[in-house]
Design a protein around this ligand. Structure first.
Ligand code: PLP
Length: 340
């Protein structure tokens, strides 16, 4: 049995998804004529109580389009120092939008209204203009931690008062919502734009959605095109996204619970220094010296379990649709058997 805990992006389309692809009606989406893409976009917009949505090849693209749309060159984006937009998008904010970042050292990838307020710059010729705040939910590098709506609302109010836009990188938003019971409509109402990934926990092979108002999405289509993201008969992929939104949201609770079991197991092992609080489907833990991540991961791989380093002595496990109960039991057994 091969077990892969590297990321929730590694899942393969299910047989039902493949059937949905075969059955999809398609057209040229650059002309807006792919009915399956249009259905997916309308579905996502309605889910979040917004007017429109845009299907894109990746979450990097949906975030980058959002930054581009909300800013002008010489502006500044306020965000947590762990943010995907800052850490893992190749510095695209500078390249695509000509903006800087104002990084906040939050708690497990989360920032507060007080921290945002302190970060907003006064208006002077010699300072960048604070224009956009980006929140990430769940926070990936933050260990899968999540915001509640009560934490987001003061940030929203502050942004309104100070004239800043608010974007949500909701790559794994649904992993949070199955825990809090909060709704997509409530979340949509707090943000000017929302990005969600279909290819993470939801298990679709490709794709993300940018969600916002009509004018915003109309212009975002132009930015997607200039980034090379206008696709043709892409309804074949959109069909898997529709299936995922209809069938794979509630089951994320299972992934979250399996991650908790892994976290509790690790907590009890003598060679583990500490485990970050497991809130969703990500488990980040530190190894006890002198054990290093590369040595540990090699031993783990020899027993058929693959995972990713997250620092010299830090490791990340991510649970997902293709990580079964049987695999969970096997992984727990392997971890408990490791002496290191
Ligand atoms: C995965 C991810 C993205 C988008 O990544 P792509 O690989 O470009 O689809 C954006 N934000 C977060 C927090 C992510 O984990």
């Amino acid at each position: 049995m091969h077990i892969n805990l590297i990321s929730d992006t590694i899942t393969k389309p299910t047989p039902e998804m493949l059937s949905a692809m075969f059955a999809a009606q398609v057209g040229d989406d650059v002309f807006g004529e792919d009915p399956t893409v249009n259905t997916l976009q309308e579905k996502a917009a309605v889910m979040f109580g917004k007017e429109a949505a845009l299907f894109c090849p990746s979450g990097t693209m949906t975030n980058q389009i959002a930054v581009k749309m909300h800013t002008q060159p010489l502006d500044e984006v306020i965000l947590d120092h762990y943010s995907h937009v800052y850490q893992y998008e190749t510095g695209g904010y500078a390249y695509n939008s000509g903006v800087g970042v104002n990084l906040i050292a939050g708690t497990n990838g989360k920032i507060t209204a007080t921290q945002v307020e302190a970060a907003i710059k006064p208006v002077h010729d010699w300072l960048p203009l604070s224009r956009l705040v980006v929140l990430e939910n769940t926070a990936n590098k933050g260990g899968g931690s999540f915001y509640t709506l009560d934490e987001v609302k003061p940030i929203r109010q502050l942004c309104r008062k100070r004239g800043l836009k608010l974007h949500l990188d909701g790559a794994r938003l649904f992993n949070a919502l199955v825990e809090t019971g909060e709704t997509t409509q409530d979340w949509g109402a707090q943000f000017d734009s929302v990005s969600i990934c279909l290819s993470k926990g939801l298990g679709a092979p490709v794709g993300s959605l940018l969600i916002g108002d009509q004018d915003f999405i109309k212009n975002a289509r132009r930015v997607r095109k200039v980034m090379g993201g206008g696709m043709r008969q892409v309804g074949y992929l959109a069909a898997t996204g529709i299936f995922a939104l209809e069938n794979h949201v509630e089951r994320l609770k299972i992934d979250n619970n399996r991650a908790k079991v892994l976290g509790e197991t690790l907590q009890s092992l003598p060679w583990v220094e500490s485990v970050r609080p497991v809130q969703t489907n990500i488990v980040i833990f530190d190894l006890k010296a002198p054990l290093m991540a590369d040595v540990f991961l090699k031993k783990l791989a020899e027993q058929g379990v693959n995972a990713a380093p997250f620092g010299p002595a830090t490791v990340r496990f991510v649970t997902h649709l293709d990580f079964t109960e049987e695999m969970l039991e096997k992984t727990v057994e392997i971890l408990k058997g490791m002496k290191n």
